[in-house]
Write a protein that binds this ligand. Structure first.
Ligand SMILES: *[C@@H]1O[C@H](CO)[C@@H](O)[C@H](O)[C@H]1NC(C)=O
Ligand SMILES: *[C@@H]1O[C@H](CO)[C@@H](O)[C@H](O)[C@H]1NC(C)=O
Ligand SMILES: *[C@@H]1O[C@H](CO)[C@@H](O)[C@H](O)[C@H]1NC(C)=O
Ligand SMILES: *[C@@H]1O[C@H](CO)[C@@H](O)[C@H](O)[C@H]1NC(C)=O
Length: 417
């Protein structure tokens, strides 16, 4: 077995960013089958949509959402490597990959990380880091350590949660801060529980530079964004006319738009219902099948675009959502089976995940690649005739997708920028 050498490089501007911290975590095997890749990506998309529905059902429709399904999925895979029995079964059910060959899944996601994040041309635009913080005196299984490193280049750091939770908190916060170049300062706002055994941490950064930038001179500093039929706010609105993939679904009364990033395999897909208050209805119908249907409507065309400039940041309650999706044992001090992680269990209770902290941020502005900006047919006032409009002046959804694999790196909702 050859150990993959993954060279991660770090630096950050201000862009898109996600951190997830996962207190503890999973293994289990099954048989392979034909077109495994498609099945895996289909299940990954279903997991993504399930998480989105779970997060959105827990908050009011007026709240924005941003999370990284990719990040949560990867960390749960890291957990699955150390889980056994029923705990592992629950993870594969929640992630919907029970019928697939588990080594193949780890290989595939390890490779996605490798290709996406280690490509030298993505240097400074996209970065990921994984680390296990483990309580001291726990004998972490060498096999677990090895496989984590092998697939995910995750390193291990011992911490004394029991006697110095404050220092443990600082260590985790410092690591996250360093990996995100200071963009996320205090991911843990309080000290971890003294009983904490393992923290699985994952930090993902994406700079989000457009392939074709919006011309700042064209932006409208006082655009209107309708929160509801009756109320609006004034926000900066970027304006552009570009040749983009655009689609419209009569059935869902929704337009789609693809904004390509400088990293060519990654694009932002915007999902905009016709009606100002149309998002609730669309969301109630939205699943992996509907999303794929919407994407299939898209064709290259000249589009007039209006898109708010915005920055949002969120710490969604991932743990609760995952519990709703069927992950019970993993978080249970009486039922968790993480015997693949350590050979010695803490006394009186099982090694388990105390909580998952997940934070993501996104900033959308005019910035694009200097190198290709010249090509862009860029801007002209919105209002040309015979051309589709994509006017995101009311609540919409976005997905940042790796088009090569179909993995959703980030997903969110803008209810009010
Ligand atoms: C693994 O990740 C660490 C950061 O935790 C990084 O410094 C190192 O270069 C990576 N190793 C490889 C082989 O890519
Ligand atoms: C965990 O699961 C394995 C495999 O099913 C089993 O052999 C082991 O006894 C379980 N450990 C605990 C602590 O339940
Ligand atoms: C599972 O996948 C791994 C890696 O992709 C492969 O080496 C192995 O042969 C597969 N196992 C089965 C049972 O097909
Ligand atoms: C999505 O919803 C449609 C209609 O409600 C249903 O036919 C389809 O099977 C669903 N797809 C998934 C992946 O759940």
């Amino acid at each position: 077995m050859e150990i993959m050498h993954k060279l991660y490089s770090w630096w950050l501007g201000s862009g898109l960013l996600v951190i997830s911290i996962h207190l503890i975590l999973a293994e289990q095997t099954v048989r392979p089958s034909e077109s495994e890749f498609q099945q895996l990506m289909e299940s990954n998309l279903q997991f993504t949509m399930g998480m989105f529905q779970g997060i959105s059902s827990r908050i009011s429709p007026q709240e924005n959402i941003i999370f990284s399904p990719f990040s949560v999925y990867t960390v749960l895979l890291m957990g699955h490597l150390g889980a056994k029995g029923h705990t592992a079964q629950e993870i594969c059910l929640a992630l919907k990959f029970c019928t697939l060959n588990i080594s193949y899944i780890h290989d595939t996601f390890g490779n996605i990380i490798h290709d996406l994040f280690l490509d030298p041309s993505h240097h400074g635009l996209l970065a990921v880091a994984n680390r296990i913080f483990i309580k001291n005196h726990l004998e972490i299984s060498p096999m677990y350590e090895f496989t984590l490193r092998y697939y995910y280049n995750a390193t291990v750091q011992e911490l004394d949660f029991m006697n110095d939770a404050g220092e443990a908190q600082d260590a985790i916060n410092d690591w996250v801060k360093k990996q995100t170049n200071g963009l996320i300062q205090d991911i843990l706002t309080e000290a971890p529980e003294p009983r904490t055994s393992v923290v699985l941490a994952n930090a993902l950064y994406f700079s989000g530079e457009w392939l074709w930038r919006f011309d700042p001179a064209m932006s409208n500093p006082s655009g209107k964004f309708y929160l509801t039929d009756e109320s609006h706010i004034i926000i900066p609105m970027m304006v552009g006319k570009m040749n983009l993939a655009y689609g419209y679904s009569e059935q869902f009364q929704t337009s789609m738009l693809e904004l390509p990033y400088k990293i060519r395999r990654v694009s932002m897909f915007l999902v905009l219902p016709d009606e100002i208050g149309g998002l609730q209805h669309l969301q109630s119908k939205l699943n992996a099948t509907v999303l794929k249907h919407l994407i299939k409507t898209m064709k290259k065309t000249e589009v007039n675009v209006r898109l708010p400039r915005f920055r949002i940041e969120d710490t969604p309650k991932i743990t609760e959502v995952l519990k709703d999706m069927g992950l019970h044992d993993l978080f249970s001090s009486s039922d968790a089976n993480l015997s693949g992680i350590a050979s010695n269990e803490p006394e009186n209770e099982r090694l388990h995940v105390t909580d998952i902290v997940h934070r993501a941020a996104i900033k959308i502005d005019e910035k694009g690649s200097v190198a290709v900006a010249a090509t862009a047919a860029i801007v002209e006032r919105v209002g040309s005739f015979n051309m589709p409009f994509f006017e995101a002046d009311h609540p919409f959804l976005f997905l940042i997708m790796d088009k090569q694999t179909g993995t959703v790196l980030f997903m969110g909702r803008i209810s009010g920028p």
